[in-house]
Design a protein around this ligand. Structure first.
Ligand code: NAG
Length: 148
């Protein structure tokens, strides 16, 4: 064990690769599981203000909770879709190319979320969560050694 650690420390490139694959891979999953707690009040306010502005309809508490639950859970649906697609894509295009293109997917999700307030549309948050789910789901499958 200590022998393995000391030989790992002699190889800084290997340490960098371990850290990069950790942060570039499963970090996204853990981050997006936890990240939505902090801005929940702001997103609920956005949902309410969107409905007031668009439909002249002030939401009640249970309606807001329902939409909020939907926003949170679309991440899991995206994860399901991503993990179902990832195996086929990695076999067809190769792991490295898929990992690189997966970053484009994550950037699309980020852009959707950032612009949602400007566009005054909470649907963009829902779609952004779905896109992030696809990103994270396909990252987790690529860690599976059974996939070539
Ligand atoms: C939604 O917004 C309206 C108008 O600003 C407000 O009266 C209402 O309390 C808000 N609903 C919730 C659940 O916060």
């Amino acid at each position: 064990m200590t022998n393995a650690v000391s030989s790992l420390l002699k190889n800084p490139v290997l340490v960098a690769v371990v850290l990069l694959t950790g942060f570039g891979g499963t970090f996204q999953y853990g981050f997006h599981i936890a990240v939505l707690t902090a801005p929940s009040a702001y997103i609920k306010k956005l949902v309410n203000s969107t409905c007031v502005q668009r439909y002249d309809l002030s939401l009640e508490h249970w309606q807001l909770s329902l939409i909020w639950s939907f926003i949170v859970s679309t991440y899991c649906i995206g994860g399901l879709l991503g993990s179902l697609c990832a195996g086929r894509f990695t076999v067809t295009y190769g792991r490295k190319r898929c990992l690189m293109l997966n970053n484009v997917v994550a950037i699309c999700g980020a852009v959707l979320m950032v612009l949602s307030k400007t566009a005054n549309s909470f649907e963009m948050v829902v779609v952004g969560r779905l896109v992030y789910g696809i990103n994270s789901g396909s990252l987790l499958v690529k860690r599976n050694p059974k996939i070539p």
